[in-house]
Design a protein around this ligand. Structure first.
Ligand code: PSU
Ligand code: MN
Length: 303
């Protein structure tokens, strides 16, 4: 039954048969996170970076109710341009699959599909988290629940300050999800290399990260690991600039009563608008950097 829901691309199928390292990629970033044509260009470049670093990319999405593990150029173009693609998190998967619809998978949904496919490493930009004022809105991303229970290591550029980073770290701590800094002691905040928060543990090599991930799962401690990899220095945004942009975006979201799954895309869209594209350039640079680090970790895990 499960096998009939999963559809592997030939590249991924061959890689898995040959026990080559595979890296999962999400599709919300393609359909809802970046504009066309940068979304397609970035997705292709990220896939190539993964190949250049000795692993095989598996972009994950729901198409016609099937879970695609690896997509073709035509499918990528469709995900990047169609307005029929729904944002798919854990709770949306049953509907999309039963109704044979299309969905762009969030971090949570990509983790679920990656685990089903047997993929251990997943590269993305930023994870969802506990939103600011969550004590009244209860807005906590399903990504955190997924990190609590699903065995996939997620390489990201830390948590964006549209979130309450402190509460996000508390949530991860409660659920036993290690937050590992890649060549950093400070938790990166997506557009900036640092934040006022520290990571739990620092590693300076892919093998160190791979050893910790392996140790967690060998102990039977289910759930993910967050690898926080700072944006390259030359692409980082100025902290006071991005902070004021985020404040305006949050204010506008509140005034417009944005709630539920619309919150994160609304905030990301506003940030892009208010930074006149600077956030997009930063986003592209950090995802590529994550692809480099993530594929090295996948290679180290496979050894
Ligand atoms: N953060 C980003 N870019 C993104 C997302 C988050 O910087 O594209 C997307 C990811 O797919 C993430 C999702 O899993 O938003 C979280 O949505 P929510 O907060 O509704 O759980
Ligand atoms: Mn939410």
């Amino acid at each position: 039954m499960l096998n009939s829901l999963l559809e592997f691309s030939k590249e991924v199928q061959d890689a898995m048969a040959a026990k080559k390292p595979v890296v999962a990629l999400e599709s919300t970033i393609i359909s809802h996170g970046m504009p066309y044509p940068q979304n397609v260009e970035t997705a292709k470049e990220v896939e190539q970076i993964i190949r250049d670093n000795g692993a095989v990319p598996a972009t994950i999405a729901i198409l016609n109710g099937k879970i695609k593990i690896g997509i073709s150029n035509e499918e990528l173009e469709f995900l990047a341009t169609s307005n029929e693609i729904e944002k798919a998190s854990r709770r949306d998967l049953p509907y999309l699959i039963a109704k044979k619809k299309h969905g762009a998978t969030t971090v949570a949904a990509t983790m679920i599909c990656a685990e089903l496919a047997g993929i251990e490493v997943f590269v993305t930009g930023g994870i969802g988290g506990v939103h600011r004022e969550a004590e009244t809105t209860m807005d906590i991303s399903a990504d955190l629940q997924e990190l609590a229970k699903t065995n996939v290591a997620v390489v990201c550029a830390g948590a964006k300050s549209i979130l309450d980073i402190g509460l996000t770290l508390e949530y991860l701590e409660t659920n036993g999800v290690p937050v590992i800094g890649y060549e950093t002691d400070a938790l990166p905040a997506f557009y900036t290399r640092t934040s006022p928060f520290s990571v739990n543990y620092r590693v300076d090599e892919a093998k160190e990260a791979a050893d910790m991930i392996r140790a967690k799962w060998e102990l039977g401690l289910n759930g993910g690991v967050v690898i926080a990899n700072p944006i390259p220095e030359e692409s980082a945004l100025e902290e006071s600039f991005i902070t004021s942009v985020i404040e305006s975006a949050l204010k506008e979201a509140k005034e417009n009563n944005i709630a539920g799954k619309k919150v994160t895309p609304f905030l990301l869209g506003k940030v892009k608008e208010l930074t006149e594209g600077k956030s997009l350039t930063a986003n592209i640079a950090l995802v590529k950097h994550n692809a480099q680090v993530g594929s090295r970790i996948a290679v180290a895990l496979q050894k």
